[in-house]
Design a protein around this ligand. Structure first.
Ligand code: 5RP
Length: 222
């Protein structure tokens, strides 16, 4: 079993019947969604899922997981999602899979958030992984200029065919190549104020539990 599968299965143990569960996005969250689907079929687990991307929505539908949108539920009991980096302070960078906007909305309305990662994602300080920023296409060149002037080393995300990547909301992603983020709160506050920025991948003070996959087994950190 690979480490992503290990933590996906471990996290799914926290899911109980009757819960509204936020279903994250990415190659690690994929295994958690598969395990929830298996438990529903084989163990009679009964939940409602709230998905964080069209990719996860398609997967959940194939597994027969009943779904509601974030606007159809009063709250989410538990969200389980992957992350690109997690610092010692339990802050994270997310958005490598371009789903950060829905992921942040679902996490915001969740009573509890669990992140699942393999050990390579645990870092001292955030920033080696480029910080994704979701922006409205209109005016995005101006934001590129602004980020360059600020020394934030922006790169507009493109796919392998050099097409601009579009999010589920038809926005663009600008990745900031920062190497090290000394003050994540300060950067998050600044990004929050920039017109045209829809959301950014700094997920600060949002997670309760992190399940890390090591070769000798999963470890739950709180
Ligand atoms: C998608 C995300 C993912 O959770 C993050 O990129 C981790 O993905 P993976 O588990 O595939 O490494 O934030 O927007």
């Amino acid at each position: 079993m690979n480490l992503k599968e290990m933590v996906g299965i471990e996290a799914a143990k926290h899911v109980k019947s009757g819960m509204v569960v936020g279903l994250g996005t990415g190659s690690t969250a994929y295994y958690m969604v598969e395990e929830i689907g298996r438990r529903m079929k084989e163990e009679g687990l009964d939940i409602v899922g709230v998905t964080t991307s069209s990719a996860t929505e398609n997967q959940a539908k194939e597994l027969g997981i009943p779904l509601k949108s974030i606007d159809e539920v009063s709250h989410v009991d538990l969200t389980i999602d992957g992350a690109d980096e997690i610092s010692q302070a339990f802050n994270g960078i997310k958005g490598g899979g371009a789903a950060l906007l829905f992921e942040k909305i679902v996490a915001t309305y969740s009573k509890k958030v669990i992140w699942i990662v393999d050990q390579s994602k645990m870092v001292e300080d955030l920033g080696k992984f480029p910080l994704p920023v979701e922006v409205i296409p209109y005016g995005s060149d101006q934001l590129m200029r602004l980020f360059t002037e600020k020394g934030l080393h922006p790169v507009l995300r493109q796919d392998e065919q050099k097409n601009i990547v579009k999010t589920d909301s038809q926005n663009y992603i600008i990745d900031l190549h920062l190497e090290q983020i000394k003050d994540p709160d300060e950067l998050a506050n600044w990004l929050d104020k920039q017109v045209g920025v829809v959301e950014h991948g700094l997920f600060l003070h949002m997670v309760d539990t992190v399940i890390v996959g090591y070769e000798d087994g999963p470890k739950t950190l709180q």
